[in-house]
Design a binder for this molecule. Structure first.
Ligand code: SAM
Length: 280
């Protein structure tokens, strides 16, 4: 019997900055625009979610997922991660949920994680979502140990079956990937650079304003989707420079779509997606 293809609406393992909120809008535009493009290059692939969305809408196209953070190695380690979480669940059986883990449980939890560490790879980001306070991440055993641990262990296994199916997975600096594809016909770039904020702490590098501005070179004469948030103020800065100095706006001709998220009554943020399709 033919296996049903699963379309994910979010990344299968925790990843900060994944574009799950753009699932519908992004796919809607992909279905109607960019139909002459046969290659989509996800320069800042992160969790690969945009690549996955793209492949689900355009199975005919080549989709290049630039996995700079090696998220795919976390996916490959899911059986080990599930086994580790299973052992932690057994240790914590009967312990009150959401409560800080204290000794002797704490010692046993840490010993078990250390044993997995000695045996090979531990996906600390995924583990963090199960035993650190909401939103906190550690990337090593040393970092994890410094935090208070909580009994918020995920009760079901992770799975990422078929998530990467059909994608061309590479691991390079975005400039190198861009250089390889910029002159080719029928290419659309997916451009979702790191945020200019402390949020990027789980990513491989820290980004300064200059790095962020350099990415704007990838908008020059290309088909693209570009993702940002009003917090980064990059679009506002470009508008201002254009008005003041008349040097041209890198986003000229792009269509802008916004999504507002309300965290509570008076706080929230706006995510921005800009796209430009150069008609053939
Ligand atoms: C906002 S995230 C992308 C999120 C992704 N679109 C998703 O849906 O999961 C930005 C990603 O760019 C990666 N990155 C940082 N420096 C990079 C570089 N020089 N080249 C390519 N990717 C880089 C970060 O590590 C991070 O994974």
């Amino acid at each position: 019997m033919k296996e049903e293809k699963k379309t994910y609406t979010q990344a299968p393992l925790p990843f900060m900055g994944q574009k799950r909120r753009w699932n519908q809008e992004f796919k809607r535009i992909l279905k109607t625009e960019f139909t002459d493009c046969n290659t989509f290059v996800d320069l800042f692939g992160g969790s690969g979610l945009l690549s996955h969305f793209t492949k689900s809408v355009r199975p005919d196209a080549k989709v290049v997922y630039n996995d700079y953070d090696n998220y795919s190695s976390r996916i490959a380690a899911i059986p080990t991660t599930n086994a580790l979480l299973g052992e932690l669940r057994d240790i914590m059986d009967g312990y009150p949920e959401n409560k800080r883990i204290v000794n002797p449980y704490l010692g046993r939890v840490l010993e078990t994680i250390e044993m997995y560490e000695r045996q090979g790879f531990v996906d600390y980001i995924t583990l963090s979502a199960s035993i650190l306070f909401s939103g906190k991440y550690a990337t090593s055993f040393e970092e994890l140990k410094k935090n208070g641990l909580y009994n918020t262990i995920k009760q079901s296994d992770y799975s990422a079956d078929h998530y990467l199916d059909g994608l061309v997975v590479i691991h390079e600096d975005y400039r190198e990937v861009f250089r390889q594809w910029e002159k080719k016909d029928g290419v659309c770039f997916l451009i979702d650079p790191p945020y200019l904020s402390t949020q990027s702490c789980t990513y491989a590098n820290y980004w300064r304003l200059r790095d962020y501005l350099d990415v704007l070179h990838t908008l020059n004469g290309t088909n693209y989707f570009y993702f940002t948030s009003e917090k980064s103020s990059i679009v506002e800065l470009c508008d201002w420079l254009d008005k003041e100095y008349k040097k041209g706006n890198p986003f000229e001709g792009a269509t802008r779509i916004e999504q507002r998220s309300n965290l509570n009554y008076n706080a929230g943020y706006t995510d921005i997606m800009l796209y430009k399709h150069i008609k053939p």
